[in-house]
Design a protein around this ligand. Structure first.
Ligand code: TXA
Ligand code: MG
Length: 357
């Protein structure tokens, strides 16, 4: 199958591309599209065959449920068994935007879309191209991130093409995703709203709106044998570059010194760092420094993280170290992705030995 890319301009000329995308969705095919978080791989979420095609194109296990994307709140009632107060509050404050809610599903949503779960994930994105595409599609669009299973989510059309070329007919190219990390997922199907995946909207922000909010343990740590996370996707190896990645915590100077010690002639070593700490690395000639952005504006770090992780495998490296970025408003979301990318391999040079979180 040939994969076409339609570049969106944000003008009325894009209407032909949206019509073409809608025709593909309505005939059971798949379209990759931009959102404010990451690119999605969309298909008709009420068509079990389309959902099966999504799993096949991504090489994704079919017990990992998909998010239904909608253009308008009026699409929700037929999809769910009821709308709890917490869901109404979240919609009012955060939609359209980078937030996904888990609700009890109605029978019309096929098991193929929810991975057999009795609940369904819903999101109304804010990206104008995503909204125009969803409006044209005129059905709830099931869409995971548009990467091959296990790889970092794509934040531009080139990264989608790298993973899915020949596997899907169309990519809508809306430029770089502004946020760069996937949506915050909040489960509102139980008595206490629970964060299943941290994202742009932080825990304090959610608490302002909801009061009590719990956090699923799978957010912070690797799962033990036999443990089941509430979001099935959290149990899979994610975002991992092929080259081994180690996170280094601790005080800035000690950390930079530790990372510099790891780099030796004859070994190709890189480090993901904040631009603020660049001077601490002196002229470490055996170390490729990759600044992600300033800690003063961790939105910049979030935006660059996935493309930097993808790039690592293009550079022919032997090993990679990364600073940790827990301090800013997006710290929890960034660290959740980085911990997974590193397979939870974290060291602190100020402590002896290694700490497996
Ligand atoms: O920002 C985003 O959410 C992007 C864009 C494309 O909208 N989508 C995305 O989808 O990240 P995906 O499939 O890569 O991640 C969806 C996550 C998975 O971890 C999945 O297990 C969880 O949502 N999920 C989906 N339905 C669920 C449900 N009913 N209950 C619990 N978790 C669910
Ligand atoms: Mg994903």
């Amino acid at each position: 199958m040939e994969t076409l890319i339609r570049t969106l301009t944000g003008s009325r000329e894009d209407e032909a591309a949206y019509r073409e995308a809608a025709r593909i969705i309505q005939s059971g095919g798949l379209v990759a599209f931009p959102t404010e978080t990451v690119y999605g791989l969309g298909g008709n979420g009420l068509d079990p065959t389309a959902s099966r095609k999504i799993y096949e194109a991504k090489g994704r296990p079919s017990d990992n449920p998909l998010i239904l994307h909608i253009a308008d709140i009026s699409q929700i009632p037929p999809l769910v068994s009821g709308i709890p107060e917490a869901a109404k509050a979240l919609m009012e404050h955060f939609w359209p935007g980078p937030l996904t809610m888990i609700l009890e599903k109605a029978p019309i949503v096929p098991d193929e879309t929810t991975g057999g779960l009795p609940t369904v994930a819903l999101r109304m994105p804010s990206h104008p191209a995503a909204r125009a595409f969803l409006q044209a599609a005129a059905c709830p669009v099931a869409a995971p991130s548009a990467n091959l299973s296990g790889r970092p989510s794509p934040t531009n059309a080139r990264d989608v093409l790298e993973d899915l070329n020949g596997r899907i007919p169309l990519i809508l190219d809306g430029g770089e995703s502004e946020i760069g990390l996937e949506s915050t997922i909040v489960d509102v199907s139980g008595p206490v709203p629970t964060v299943l995946r941290p994202g742009y909207y932080s825990l304090p922000r959610l608490k302002e709106v909801l009061g009590t909010v719990a956090v699923d343990p799978a957010v912070f740590s690797s799962l033990k044998e036999g443990e089941r996370p509430k979001a099935p996707g959290m149990k899979y190896r994610h975002y991992a570059p092929k080259v081994p990645l180690t996170l280094v915590t601790g005080e800035d100077k000690a950390r930079a010194a530790c990372i510099c010690r790891m780099a030796r002639p004859g070994k190709r070593t890189a480090a993901l760092i904040a631009s603020d700490t660049l001077p601490l690395y002196g002229n470490a000639s055996d170390l490729l420094l990759i600044p992600l952005g300033s800690r003063e504006n961790d939105g910049e770090i979030a935006r660059h993280l996935f493309s930097a992780l993808r790039n690592l495998d293009r550079l022919g490296l032997d090993e990679v170290y990364s600073e940790t970025f827990e301090s800013g408003p997006l710290g929890e979301a960034i660290m959740n992705r980085l911990r997974k990318a590193a397979g939870f391999h974290i060291i602190n040079p100020q402590e002896t030995g290694e700490d497996h979180e």
